[in-house]
Design a protein around this ligand. Structure first.
Ligand code: MEV
Length: 328
């Protein structure tokens, strides 16, 4: 048998980083998906291949249930990072099905650039857990998949992960996450435009940077709390469908993230290009450091402005993905 599951990436309307410290965040799933195809094997070996993930493509083969580790004798740290997420996801599937020795062939295709703030790792983990458990005859609810996917991110990111990315990818739509409290929320049609600078970041390093600042300075801790206040204000604007206020708050959120040291010159330039193109608001999305910004724009001025910006590798309109994890 073979099973393919897919899960969406996401943008943060508000609240990344602060969500790690218990403040609320509102991520929204977008119609860019990771697809993971899993075939259960007769032996305990694992073979992983990926053609996309903004990588040149790779194949890794190793034995599970033994001391043999993935032989990641390949040039890029991104592949090593991707393998960490894949291996932990398979471990979750083995655990859910009580099949500790299960082997798999895994094929990953992703429309989401890796490490760029669009939740690529969460989407691969969510789709991977769903496909691998189904291959072993176990059907998890999206909430169960989200819980197991969170454990994977928590493990791979050394205990520094919120539930936001994984819950959003598993459930789809707009969600609100505050600590362990995760729920779907109603959202108007949000005219998202994404700009991508072609760079990738190390989420763990950026999260650790914010943690250090917060430990060192009370005003950095206050900044994290201010993000929480902003998110609560943003939720009211979201409920009223007030796009102007949402845009204003996105601009503010970008400023606070910048103060916390997670923006980059390229991201600031993209944010300014989007604003000059008529955005209602623009901010970096995800961990920062390089990767993507998200803007609100009902017209086509922002896409045009971004496509002309020298730092912009790609810009696209991102529809809200109402469906989370699903079997293909
Ligand atoms: C990364 O996509 C979002 C962060 O808030 C980390 C997390 O929530 O786990 C930076």
């Amino acid at each position: 048998m073979t099973t393919t599951s897919s899960a969406p990436g996401k943008v943060y309307l508000f609240g990344e980083h602060a969500v790690v410290y218990g403040e609320p965040a509102v991520p929204c799933a977008i119609e860019r998906r990771a697809r993971v195809t899993v075939t259960a094997r007769d032996d305990d070996r694992v073979r992983v291949s990926a053609d996309d993930l903004s990588l040149d493509g790779f194949t890794v083969e190793y034995g599970s249930g033994s001391d043999e580790q993935p032989d990641v004798d390949v040039p890029t740290p991104l592949i090593e990072a991707a393998m960490g997420y894949v291996e932990e996801s398979l471990e979750q599937a083995r655990d859910a099905a009580d099949r500790p020795e299960a082997g798999f062939d895994v094929e990953i295709e992703s429309e989401i650039p890796l490490g760029a703030g669009l939740g690529s790792s969460a989407a691969v983990v969510v789709a991977g857990i769903d496909a691998a458990t189904r291959e072993l005859g176990v059907e998890l609810t999206p909430e169960d998949v989200a819980e197991r996917a969170y454990r994977v991110e928590h493990e791979v990111q050394d205990g520094q992960a919120s539930r936001a990315d994984t819950f959003c990818s598993a459930m789809g739509g707009a969600v609100r996450v505050e600590g362990d409290d995760c729920r779907a929320i109603d959202a108007p049609d949000l005219p998202f435009v994404v700009g991508y600078d072609g760079a990738s970041h190390d989420t763990g390093e950026l999260v650790a940077g914010v943690r250090d600042l917060r430990d060192e300075y009370d005003f950095a801790a206050d900044t994290v709390e201010a993000v929480g206040d902003l998110v609560r204000e943003g939720e009211r604007a979201l409920a009223d469908g007030d796009l102007d206020t949402l845009g204003e708050l996105m601009d503010f959120n970008h400023g606070l993230l910048s103060a916390l040291g997670v923006s980059a010159r390229s991201l600031d330039n993209l944010v300014w290009a989007a604003r000059e193109g008529g955005a209602l608001g623009a901010k970096l999305t995800g961990a920062g450091g390089g990767g993507c910004i998200v803007a609100l724009d009902e017209g086509d001025g922002v896409e045009t402005a971004l496509s002309l910006a020298p730092e912009c590798e790609q810009s696209f309109r991102a529809e809200l993905a109402t469906e989370g994890v699903r079997v293909e």
